[in-house]
Ligand binder design. Sequence first.
Ligand code: AMP
Ligand code: ZN
Length: 304
Amino acid sequence: MSTEAQIAFRDELIAHGLLHATDVDGLYAQSGVFEDIIMRFNALVTRSGTPDGPEVLRFPPGMARSTLERSGYLRSFPQLAGTIHAFAGGDREHAALIAELDRGGDWTGGQKMTGIAFAPASCYPSYPIIAKRGPLPADGALLDVQSWCFRHEPSLDPARLQLFRQREHVRIGTPQQVLEFRERWLKRGRAIMESMGVPLDIDVANDPFFGRAGRMLAANQREQALKFELLVPITSTEKPTACCSFNYHQDHLGHAFGLHTADGAVAHTACVGFGLERIALALLRHHGFDPKVWPEAVRRALWG
Ligand code: AMP
Ligand code: ZN
């Protein structure tokens, strides 16, 4: 359910030309100003993470469907996943498609599943790439990744998009290596967002696991503090919005993708994700719709 405050903020963003609505809730074109905020913030994350020497991977919005299947995502979040379908018929099916289209009917019956699924999070496509290289070196793997991500959660809340970008850093290695990484990024993520001059809080969180069985998974995730979120009030102070997350997957993805450490153990993984659109929205909310008149310290941090 979208609140009045969310809808009002969406209307203001559209009125200021920052977002352009489409026929679909949670799907927008973004303006040059909006994109510039994201690019500048992204550069800030680069400056923060580059000293660690991550390997850079940039992904298209689609990934191999086999990656979605192997990841376990469909077990936990079937309601959010998106797969790409395409026409696979001949002349007869094409004629039927056109007839349905002209009739304003359902033309999608002849669509067949392709080998591509949307990435639900930007770290997913990296795991099979690393697994293919064989056992990890002793110091594990450290990645700087970005992708457009799809989640089927249509909403009028401008901070709940169906297609959005996540900038992540990913660590694959021993439990000690990945937990040290997460600690480091918890501090860094806080420092980066504090330099953005927005009110924030970091708290234990859980993912929206599907169904009745999902409630137990969510409770377990919280109990073990596997997920932290950096929250910024955007359209509500009681329910602030998660702008970054800090996730410890234990050996779940290591098992799923066959990731192994140098000594043959199943690798553990962790990732830190910055939701780029949400961060841009948090900045617009707190500093106003015109970045040219944002506070000097924030402008310096982003534009130098
Ligand atoms: P998650 O994997 O759910 O922890 O997501 C990582 C980050 O992506 C979140 O902290 C958000 O900043 C961002 N994010 C997640 N879902 C959405 C969405 N529907 N719209 C926009 N940003 C999102
Ligand atoms: Zn991730």
